[in-house]
Design a protein around this ligand. Structure first.
Ligand code: CA
Length: 473
């Protein structure tokens, strides 16, 4: 099946139109135009893939069996890699939840619009994804997609930031940055410790709802319902699991799958991963049942690296963790499956970004690339198919001004400023240069050995940094 190609089709249609106008009488001509228009419209809708983004929260780089996990088994998530492409050098645009989601959903580095760090606790009324920014859901709606989000929002809690105002036809989940996992517990006023935003009722399109059961499973079941409801039209579904973010709360059934893990936190974390894997299994089965398996494009990734001690995650062989610019903070598992168009079982090792998801989706849906607020991503499909052999990005950038940390990656070189966190030493700490293909753990600083390369990357960062506004909060 060919990739959808709006431009050439429109040109061919227009050419045929003028020759028919000359050859036919007016009535036959009008009838022919109507029949052709219906045909083109149906073909366009049928060819555009459904798009699903499966996002986990604070998952470690090494916590899937297809990534080499020593103790966690994830057969359903692995099946995305077996039937699709696994990207080894994939990045999110931030090392932290809310800004990473701002980048993912807009397809633009969140530093371009000041959404650079989480807010403390619940969002203040003016804190949220700036309303001038369009989301992937906004854009896909213009192409006739039905759009849904299930799970964690974390892009503002005031009315103007609500998902239903940001392109999503349907929202089921919670607005804050995290949540308890047992629905019966967060309804209980005696539950301690109390974290206000983690204990809210879930909501559906602005209305609080009573739910029961284990949150990860509830979110997966709701995703299945969305697919069932929208199986006859193109859809975009964003499944934002809050697992395996802390608090580490697993069902006993899932934790019991790992009797050999003796550390209770790691065992609970593994149980949370098992629930995510089961949930993704439910979603994949529904796509099969509805005959949507072949022409649904699925992305799977985490919003940032694992925070290690806070949830028991593992980022090996990467150094660093959530909240920092070492690879363990920003490099994530990234799987892309689209049986109709992508090879199966391929491993792709050039740098790609979560910012590419929006650009890919828009191009496949025939949405023209935005010009006023240009995207920072590229359409990944030709790269993953092997049609383009260059790197998708000449250079990738990160900045978190509040912590005075930043990084750039160009080819296999990375220059970054990341003082040992939380020890800031912000005034004196020098950027380090590493060669990631030879030193994935970023152990050897080559600034003094490769002075020209370090200077080149420093200049690139300085130029980019000059174009950015101050952070909004
Ligand atoms: Ca996160």
């Amino acid at each position: 099946m060919p990739l959808r190609s709006v431009g050439p089709t429109a040109q061919a249609f227009s050419k045929k139109l003028s020759s028919m106008a000359n050859a036919c009488g007016p009535i036959f001509f009008v009838a022919w135009v109507v029949i052709q228009w219906i045909g083109v419209a149906q073909w366009s809708v049928a060819a555009a893939p459904n798009i699903i983004v499966l996002l986990t929260d604070d998952m470690g780089y090494n916590d899937l069996s297809c990534q080499g996990s020593p103790d966690i088994v994830t057969p359903n998530i692995d099946s995305l890699a077996i039937r699709g492409v696994r990207c080894t050098d994939a990045y999110v645009s931030s090392c932290m939840c809310s800004p990473s989601r701002a980048g993912l959903l807009t397809g633009r580095s969140q530093s371009r619009f000041g959404h650079e760090i989480n807010w403390e606790g619940a969002a203040k009324p003016d804190q949220g994804l700036p309303v001038e920014e369009k989301t992937i859901a906004d854009w896909l709606k213009t192409a006739g997609y039905r759009t849904g989000i299930v799970g964690k929002w974390h892009l503002g809690e005031s009315a103007q930031f609500h998902p239903n105002k940001r392109g999503f036809d349907e929202f089921f989940g919670f607005l804050g940055g995290g949540h308890r996992y047992f629905c019966d517990l967060y309804k209980d006023p005696k539950t301690v410790p109390k974290v206000a935003e983690y204990d809210t009722l879930l909501e559906e399109n602005g209305t609080s709802i009573e739910t029961s059961g284990y949150l990860t499973t509830v979110l997966a079941q709701q995703s299945v319902k969305f697919i069932q409801k929208n199986k006859d039209n193109p859809f975009f579904l964003y499944v934002a699991f809050n697992a395996p973010h802390a608090p580490v709360q697993s069902t006993s059934g899932h934790a019991k799958l790992y009797p050999n893990i003796k550390d209770p936190q790691r065992q609970g974390y593994a149980g949370m991963m098992a629930a995510i894997d089961d949930g993704i299994g439910l979603i994949l089965k529904q796509l099969q049942r509805d005959g949507l398996d072949d022409n649904t494009l699925i992305f799977f990734l985490s919003d940032n690296g694992g925070p290690l001690e806070r949830n028991g995650s593992l980022n090996t062989p990467l150094d660093g963790e959530k909240g920092g610019m070492l690879e363990g903070g920003i490099r994530v598992p990234f799987l892309v499956r689209w049986p109709a168009q992508l090879p199966a079982g391929k491993v792709y090792s050039r740098p790609v970004s979560s910012l590419d998801i929006c650009a890919t989706a828009l191009e496949l849906a025939g949405v023209p690339a935005p010009t006023q607020r240009p995207l920072d991503g590229v359409n990944l499909i030709p790269y993953l198919r092997g049609e383009l052999e260059s790197d998708p990005h000449e250079i990738l950038y990160w900045r978190m001004e509040a912590r005075k940390i930043w990084a750039v990656r160009k080819g296999d070189w990375k220059l970054g400023r990341q003082p040992p966190w939380p020890d800031k030493h912000v005034g004196s700490y020098k950027p380090r240069l590493v060669h990631l293909a030879e030193d994935i753990a970023e152990a050897n600083d080559l600034v003094e050995v490769e002075k020209d390369k370090a200077a080149e990357l420093q200049r690139a960062y300085d130029e980019w940094n000059k174009t950015l506004p101050a952070p909004l909060w």
